[in-house]
Design a protein around this ligand. Structure first.
Ligand code: FAD
Length: 472
């Protein structure tokens, strides 16, 4: 087969790869650009809205890869998988035998679901990653009577809320639900919201100030959550698969992990799950939503430096340890020295930011221009919708890395808003803003500027004081 020669090569059609392609098409439209994508559908971003300098909300859609030609008519789309990279001669090899010679390449191959132990023993243990796995899940859901959901991140939370007509046992390691994104207080806010939404529409705002000490205990919350979620689109595929008149029970088992899973032919249910507390649960299938592992599913003639979770270590310009090979999104391990309020979490927001940054740095390399790291890496931000509420997470929103030496300011109005500010030495380190709080821009500025808020601590969340006046 003839060798294809391009300036830019991008591998993977997820958010990181597509953002990289789109950004390169704008920065360097006259240059040759190719994308290797394992699937004919790629992801893209639409309805981008800026809440503040670094806080961006957008929708994620699936679209035909060929639609990328609209933004770059010369884009070469190679429907195949990357197999091997000859880093010295700068040639990428695909499974079908294509050889692509590149000047710079960006690897955006994403991640694969981390499955629980013993997952190789049964086809009844599912990981959720792509459209295929959701289809498989739909099939199992249609026939199933009882499922076990493992994991406590956004995916597990949405599965629990989107499915109906099946008994659910939700097994989590923590003391409270949805721990990746929210804290026990916010979990309580959501759970109370479901119970109270109809009965008590106008509740009083509660403002609390709390200095954390070693004696603090995480609260265990009520265990009878039974509400359907309004999540991003993929969850909708799980809705309505069974009619709601079937069995609906949800049991949350806190502070346990799965010890083993065995197929059984002599029992009422085909699968037996043993938990770390010794309890046995029989079920039809297990959904494992315990995160992803970076998908470095190709070989290289030189071993790149990797992070502890196996991701390709990248510097602040998204370049790996191998010159001219960049990486972005879930496959990358952010190995640069992070800004004090930024950390890596494998989410769409960061896949998009890294894909854009990689494109700028690749372009800089080709035209020999210096680039600076994008401002978005100064502050961790994530905008999402959980259970119908807008959720904005900023900086060290769960006091990540602050030890016990921090203070929390809390304002909660049931069914309306939940605001948590995390302060250390009087300076804002992070925030959780649930509902239409209108505080995101102020919080962003306060975290970035590290203004001493000690004199304002008692007023900052007082709804009767317009705190913005202080900063004018
Ligand atoms: P991916 O989106 O995984 O894309 C990688 C692409 O590369 C895939 O198309 C894959 O087929 C392709 N590929 C892999 N290997 C090769 C190869 N060798 N050659 C060619 N192509 C290859 N994040 C949020 O922010 N909000 C959410 O609500 C949210 N919900 C999620 C729900 C689920 C079920 C899952 C699994 C994740 C969710 N995430 C969410 C996380 C988010 O999906 C990821 O962080 C993000 O998609 C990463 O983008 P990416 O481009 O790095 O990788």
């Amino acid at each position: 087969m003839p060798v294809i020669e391009v300036t830019y090569l991008v591998v993977g059609g997820g958010i990181a790869g597509v953002t990289c392609v789109e950004t390169l098409a704008i920065l360097h439209p006259e240059e040759t650009l190719a994308i290797i994508t394992a699937s004919s559908l790629v992801k893209n971003v639409s309805n981008v809205s800026f809440f503040a300098k670094t806080i961006v909300k957008f929708d994620v859609n699936e679209t035909e890869a060929s639609s990328l030609m609209r933004i770059h008519p010369n884009l070469k789309i190679i429907f195949d998988s990357l197999k091997h990279v000859d880093t010295h001669n700068q040639i990428a090899y695909t499974y079908a035998g294509d050889e692509i010679k590149y000047k710079v390449m960006c690897i955006c191959t994403g991640g694969v679901p981390k499955l629980i132990r013993d997952s190789d023993k049964s086809k009844r243990i599912l990981g959720i990653r792509d459209t295929e796995s959701v289809k498989e899940f739909q099939e199992k859901l249609r026939m199933g009577r009882r499922m076990v959901v493992v994991g406590n991140g956004g995916i597990a939370s949405e599965i629990v809320h989107a499915t109906s007509g099946i008994q659910k046992v939700w097994v989590i390691r923590d003391d409270y639900i949805s721990a990746t994104f929210i804290d026990p207080g916010a979990a309580e806010f959501f759970q109370n919201t479901f119970k109270n939404r109809e009965s008590q529409p106008n509740q009083k705002t509660v403002i609390r100030r709390h200095v954390f000490t070693e004696e603090d205990q995480v609260v265990s919350l009520n265990k009878d959550l039974k509400s359907a979620a309004l999540g991003p689109d993929w969850y909708r595929k799980l809705e309505g698969i069974k009619d709601d008149k079937g069995v609906q029970e949800l049991e949350i088992v806190y502070k346990v992990e799965i010890s083993s899973v065995e197929e059984k032919s002599d029992k009422e249910f085909p699968l037996e799950v043993v938990l770390s507390n010794g309890r046995t649960i029989e079920c039809d299938f297990v959904v494992s939503a315990t995160g992803v592992e970076p998908a470095v599913n190709f070989s290289l003639d030189e071993e790149p430096v990797k992070g502890p979770e196996g991701g390709l270590a990248v510097n602040e310009f998204q370049e790996t340890s191998i010159r001219n090979i960049f990486a972005a999104g879930d496959v990358a391990h952010a190995a640069w020295e992070h800004a004090p309020h930024w950390f890596q979490l494998r989410l769409w927001t960061q896949a998009r930011q890294m894909g854009g940054m990689a494109a700028k740095a690749m372009h800089g390399r080709v035209v020999n221009e210096e680039v600076l790291q994008d401002f978005c890496f100064e502050l961790f931000t994530h905008c999402t919708t959980l259970f119908g509420y807008q959720v904005i997470l900023l900086g060290k929103y769960n006091a990540q890395g602050l030890g016990n030496d921090y203070e929390i300011l809390l304002r909660m109005t049931p069914n309306h808003e939940y605001i948590k500010l995390v302060l250390q030495n009087g300076k804002l380190q992070g925030a959780i803003l649930i509902g239409e709080t209108d505080l995101e821009e102020m919080c962003e500025n306060l975290i970035l500027d590290q203004l001493d808020l000690t004199p304002l601590v008692d007023d900052i969340l007082n709804p009767d004081i317009d705190i913005d006046d202080y900063f004018d």
